[in-house]
Write a protein that binds this ligand. Structure first.
Ligand code: CU
Length: 169
């Protein structure tokens, strides 16, 4: 029975990694933390900043906190939140990180939480995969790959698209 379970685990893992290579089932898991569909948006040449979005899930019974991230494609990665103040979108830096409560999902998405890739060392191109290391408090680091999508492919409310064109995120 134990041998069967091990076999299942290795087969399932290879299916997951095959899926990641082919672009479907784009998901990463380590311990209690999983990351679904990490993606970014292509940037124009010379742009200094890019973004990263994903869904973080914590299936454990203690809080996990995303405290920092890094990528070889940017000088710095910050954790941000966009929110509306008096009808204007504002962006705030979250120096303490982003908590993912036990048993919950936190979505990084346009107009909400996101990672800001600052000081890009080159344009992010549609179809590119950008490696990012996510560092957690309460969980091991996870290396993911952002799928870079062409601008305007994400589903956004019509009013939001205008804002993001201007802001780059
Ligand atoms: Cu930002």
């Amino acid at each position: 029975m134990k041998r069967f379970a091990n076999l299942c685990i290795s087969v399932c893992l290879s299916i997951v990694s095959l899926g990641a290579l082919q672009g479907w089932a784009h998901e990463y898991r380590s311990g209690a933390v999983s990351i679904e569909h990490p993606w970014s948006r292509a940037t124009p040449p010379g742009a200094a900043m890019g973004v990263a979005y994903m869904v973080l899930e914590n299936t454990g019974d203690t809080e996990v906190k995303l405290v920092s991230a890094e990528t070889p494609r940017a000088g710095r990665v910050s954790i941000h939140r966009s929110h509306r103040v008096d009808g204007l979108m504002r962006m705030e830096h979250l120096p303490d990180g982003l908590a993912i409560p036990a048993g919950e999902k936190v979505e990084l998405q346009p107009q909400g939480y996101h990672l800001m890739l600052e000081k890009l060392n080159g344009a992010l191109k549609a179809g590119e995969r950008v490696p990012v290391t996510l560092n957690f408090q309460g969980a091991d680091p996870i290396v993911i790959e952002l799928a870079v999508e062409a601008p305007g492919t994400e589903k956004e409310a019509s009013g939001d698209a205008e804002h993001h064109k201007g802001m780059g995120h």
